[in-house]
Design a protein around this ligand. Structure first.
Ligand code: PLP
Length: 426
């Protein structure tokens, strides 16, 4: 298209980047440093290879239904019962019955004084993470986020104008948060701390004393707690899940959860957020959240309509977590296979759907972990994610989900071992 050149006044409104025949449309500077590499350039390369006809085994996301994990029958029945009424918008905070069921779920988990009014439904937890940080942060506000993290927390903090300050989770200590490091990173600008337990990518479940020590820091420095508990029903080794909201009612804790992982329903996009604990000083923040949920009208109502049925039915998930169940058996199988490969070590995950193994970078001369997963993808057609995706600074980790079928899992491990035999980065 040519610059039509309509004279002086029109020229005033021609974008500065107009340059002869082409106009460059840049991205907003708000996106500088915002990354989400789980679906980033390496996944794009996997798409390209697949378009060329190569079958790729995708182990980059925790998406159980993609590997045939079953949906409980009660959910299917609830979907068909609600198909007609779910056609209308709901209240912006969500269907009352669903929010009441969520409040009931948390009451049974020891969270005091929670009602439907404290609960918001969302299009997955992802939407609510972004929305709650957007309503909360001012430019330069600091949020303490674990490293490794689930990277949406870092991305959404930056997108909301905040500063992500990473505290270390210590591999030598079961990947629990390093309490001294958290204390050390507090500044006058610190306003909140993010806790992800059970954790993605490490599979750690934080014990009571760790959660209590973090509560003490939050109390001392008046921090809001953002507690991501989307895997609280995907705990394998009979460990207790301790929610910050249950042990520290004097703090304001936002609890995030949903049905993606506990009911194999990632694609239905069902999430929620509960405002727990002391809300006495938070009325302005809550009005900000209310404004933002109303701007997106409501979360998808079909998804909301199955929440009551889902919270009544954990049978499938519970069975999958016991020996003989698909999650338990595949975790065992992948952990054993991975850690028998020379130069690979890992903390055995107790929950969630992933392992975050360490690779001996000296043995394989690895300087760039992104290049490592790209090379593996191109040579063996398996998609993993590299450690830096999770804001882990050293190039010595990667994440793999252990949810593929047993045949695929064993096939992937064979390919990985074979790949490493000849692999050295130049
Ligand atoms: N939080 C964690 C720790 C996750 O691992 C994920 C997805 O993998 C999410 C949040 C987002 O979940 P949802 O599907 O509810 O958006």
């Amino acid at each position: 298209m040519k610059n039509p050149g309509f004279g002086f006044f029109t020229a005033l409104f021609v974008p500065r980047s107009w340059n002869g025949d082409t106009m460059t449309i840049g991205k907003s500077t708000k996106l500088n440093n915002v990354r989400y590499d789980i679906r980033g350039p390496i996944a794009d390369e996997a798409d390209r290879l697949e378009r060329e006809g190569t079958h790729i085994i995708r182990l980059n996301t925790g998406n159980p239904a993609a590997f045939g994990a079953k949906i409980p029958l009660s959910i299917i029945e609830s979907l068909s019962e609600n198909a007609k009424t779910a056609a209308a918008y709901s209240n912006s905070k969500g269907l009352y019955k669903a929010r009441e069921a969520i409040a009931g779920y948390y009451t049974t988990r020891g969270i005091a004084d929670i009602t439907a009014d404290d609960v918001y439904t969302g299009n997955g937890v992802s939407e609510l993470i972004q929305l709650s940080l957007m309503a909360f942060l001012n430019p330069g506000d600091e949020v303490l986020i674990p490293t490794p993290d689930y990277p949406l927390w870092t991305a959404a903090t930056i997108l909301s104008g905040g500063k992500a300050v990473h505290y270390i989770c210590d591999e030598q200590a079961n990947w629990y948060p390093d309490i001294a490091d958290i204390s050390h990173k507090i500044t006058p600008r610190t306003r909140a701390i993010v806790l992800i337990s059970p954790n993605n990518p490490t599979g750690a479940v934080y014990p009571r004393d760790v959660v209590e020590q973090i509560a003490e820091i939050a109390r001392k420095h008046k921090l809001v707690v953002f507690s991501d508990e989307v895997y609280d029903r995907v705990i394998i080794d009979n460990l207790e899940h301790v929610s910050m909201a249950a042990i520290a009612p004097d703090l304001l804790t936002l609890v995030f959860n949903g049905l993606s992982k506990s009911h194999n329903l990632c694609g239905y996009r069902v999430g929620w957020m509960a405002l727990c604990g002391d809300k006495s000083g938070a009325s302005e923040y809550i009005s900000g959240i209310n404004l933002l949920v109303s701007l997106r009208l409501c979360a998808n109502v079909t998804g909301q309509s199955i929440i009551c049925a889902a919270l009544d039915d954990f049978k499938n998930t519970q069975a999958s977590l016991k020996p003989g169940g698909w999650i338990y058996d595949r975790r065992e199988c992948m952990y054993k296979a991975l850690t028998s490969i020379p130069g690979i070590s890992a903390v055995k995950p107790s929950a969630a759907l992933y392992i975050f193994p360490k690779i001996d970078t000296a043995m394989y001369n690895i300087k760039d972990d992104e290049q490592f997963v790209l090379d593996f993808l191109r040579e063996k057609h398996v998609l993993l994610t590299h450690g830096r995706t999770y804001n882990w600074k050293q190039p010595d980790h990667f994440r793999v989900t252990y949810i593929p079928t047993m045949e695929e899992l064993l096939e992937v491990m064979d390919r990985f071992e074979d790949f490493l035999k000849g692999y050295r980065q130049i």
